[in-house]
Design a protein around this ligand. Structure first.
Ligand SMILES: [Zn+2]
Length: 140
């Protein structure tokens, strides 16, 4: 039996974001059309893993998704105030936090593209404010 979907998303385990991510995926036409990999820190696992096996685990999930479900797109979604990055207090400013996440996701994108030439990689930063309101910034 074959069953295909459009994309794979790599996002953090953080429960505060799940409802918002679900709605964002729906908006993008990706609800029930997308494999989900959920790991603390998301792209951080490819760039500066706590455990040296993390990059292998992440890339393996992408390989399976590509081979089995014929995805055409990978979405990397980090988020602000991420515990794996020491939370928002781990940064001197919002700008420093933003730059760290965007930089890590861009580096992760390069690693992914070097393995999966045919896939499109999108970068999205999920931003949470102190009132726990969430919005999504698609990075070019
Ligand atoms: Zn997180």
């Amino acid at each position: 039996m074959s069953h295909h979907c459009r994309a794979l998303i790599l996002h953090c385990i953080d429960f505060r974001f799940h409802e918002a991510i679900k709605n964002w995926l729906k908006e993008k036409g990706l609800a029930n059309n997308c494999d989900i990999v959920s790991l603390a820190g998301a792209s951080k696992g490819l760039i500066s893993p706590k455990n040296p096996t993390e990059p292998e685990i992440i890339l393996r999930q992408m390989e399976i998704s590509s081979n089995l479900h014929k995805i055409s797109q990978i979405i990397l979604m980090n988020h602000t105030d991420c515990g794996a990055y020491g939370g928002r207090d781990g940064f001197a400013s919002n700008e420093a936090e933003h730059n760290q996440h965007v930089g890590d996701m861009r580096r992760a994108k390069k690693i992914i593209l070097s393995k999966f030439h045919e896939l499109e990689v999108k970068i999205v930063l999920a931003k949470i404010n102190p009132l726990e309101q969430i919005n999504f910034e698609e990075i070019k």
